[in-house]
Design a protein around this ligand. Structure first.
Ligand SMILES: [Zn+2]
Length: 232
């Protein structure tokens, strides 16, 4: 490399590109992209869509809500086959919810049809807190709002169709949870106090997974659901 003396003000710059490599890359990308259909707004709704309906029963409403998410299968029968959510409907007898249900389902369906990464919707919904307080679901998970409950349903659906990966404790974490659980059960001889699949009575709410599964072990709150420990 030779030294260049700059004796003028620098008013702009360009990055030197490797033209040969770039055109090769573009060609390769184009050949892959050519026949693959991706989700975008102009994609017309086919006559028939496949979908799933989920029932949501919350203690804050007398009536259950039914959430239907319909999917579009793109590139069926090819290696690029992908199932994508296309529209969402929520049915509820409770007319108090009517306005926000209409607004939310229209906006969500529009986001689904836009294409790209739609999984952010899950976190956005799950982060909504009802100022009147949330509620407990059977199984001991705290729902901060009905909207958050819907977020969990969308998440479940996206995991089912393969757009999201299920977050499970790693092998090490699971081993740690099992050990801690055994230790706790042995210590207090509480084996009868709770059935397998739920958590000990008196367990505290875990700040990470919102499940009442945190127990005090060696002076440290440890979650028997996700493995979260206050002491790291
Ligand atoms: Zn947890």
């Amino acid at each position: 490399m030779s030294l260049i003396k700059i004796d003028k003000k620098i008013v702009g710059y360009t990055v030197v590109k490797d033209a040969a490599a770039e055109s090769k890359f573009a060609k390769k990308a184009a050949s892959v992209e050519d026949n693959v259909i991706r989700m975008h707004e102009k994609l017309e709704r086919p006559e028939k869509l496949v979908g799933s309906t989920y029932k949501v029963k919350t203690p804050v409403s007398d009536h259950a809500m039914y959430v239907t998410i319909n999917d579009l299968v793109l590139n069926e029968g090819t290696p690029h086959e992908q199932r994508r959510p296309f529209e969402i409907f929520i049915n509820s007898k409770n007319l108090d919810h009517y306005q926000w249900i209409v607004a939310l389902t229209r906006v969500m369906s529009a986001v689904f049809r836009k294409g790209g990464d739609v999984t952010f919707i899950v976190d956005e919904l799950k982060a909504v807190f009802d100022p009147r307080g949330g509620y407990w679901q059977p199984g001991g998970t705290f729902m901060p709002s009905i909207i958050a409950d819907l977020g969990h349903i969308v998440e479940k659906h996206l995991i089912e169709i393969g757009l999201l990966k299920k977050v499970e404790p790693s092998k090490d974490t699971q081993k740690f949870i099992d050990e801690k659980r055994a230790e706790y059960e042995a210590r207090d001889k509480q084996t009868d106090a709770f059935a397998k699949g739920s958590f000990p009575e008196g367990a505290q709410l875990c700040v990470k997974c919102n499940t009442a599964a945190a127990v005090l072990l060696d002076g440290c709150q440890t979650c028997l659901n996700c493995g979260y420990s206050k002491c790291g």
